[in-house]
Design a protein around this ligand. Sequence first.
Ligand SMILES: Nc1nc2c(ncn2[C@@H]2O[C@H](COP(=O)(O)OP(=O)(O)O[C@H]3O[C@H](CO)[C@@H](O)[C@H](O)[C@@H]3O)[C@@H](O)[C@H]2O)c(=O)[nH]1
Length: 211
Amino acid sequence: MAATNTTTEAGDAPKNGVYEDRKIALVTGITGQDGSYLAELLLSKGYQVHGIIRRSSSFNTGRIEHLYADPVAHMGGSMHLHYGDMTDSSCLVKIISEVRPTEIYNLAAQSHVKVSFDLSEYTANVDALGTLRILDAIRTCQLQDKVKFYQASTSELYGKVQEIPQTETTPFYPRSPYGRINCTFLLSPTIQFDRLKRPSLALFNYTFLVY
Ligand SMILES: Nc1nc2c(ncn2[C@@H]2O[C@H](COP(=O)(O)OP(=O)(O)O[C@H]3O[C@H](CO)[C@@H](O)[C@H](O)[C@@H]3O)[C@@H](O)[C@H]2O)c(=O)[nH]1
């Protein structure tokens, strides 16, 4: 896998401060199940897609290799990968300032419920603080009025469900560190950025609730 730092098109200065004509998406968790499907969809819609991936000694790009124009050389096309980590604020600021995305999709997560009991501190660091780091990076790059932000959430918010089916008004009842951490960051964009366009979706195996 060759992670690139391509910023030529993405880093173009906005005309009169307007970014809306550009379709540049930054996807965290792009190597995951949902991130890879999202990247595929965005590319099919003509987006330039930038993904943040963690360094790994074993290959972790199996789900997105077909999205390169040249899958053998891992090059070409509209997908660009950047090494980064949700626990590293400086790399998030650097990537966002270089890419200057018009849309950010935060799908990176320690998403395994059982593992969230075993690694609760790490899960909170990546899932909750990682989200705050992205939001802070958007503000540091002064993009809060220009970027649309999407936060992936989870049906684990409802853990011990209080009503069936769940709706936007169903009370949360998380029963795992993963679910509880998702409750925390679901509220954080509201607190930090009144003006940020920020849909948050609880993902229900591909049925979506929009907040
Ligand atoms: N860059 C970066 N990526 C990370 C980090 N930690 C985890 N990731 C990435 O986050 C992705 C998680 O992928 P999966 O484990 O396959 O999870 P998923 O099923 O796609 O989960 C997504 O959907 C869930 C709901 O269906 C969400 O609840 C979850 O938060 C996530 O967005 C992977 O690409 C993983 O490498 C990190 O610190 N840095």
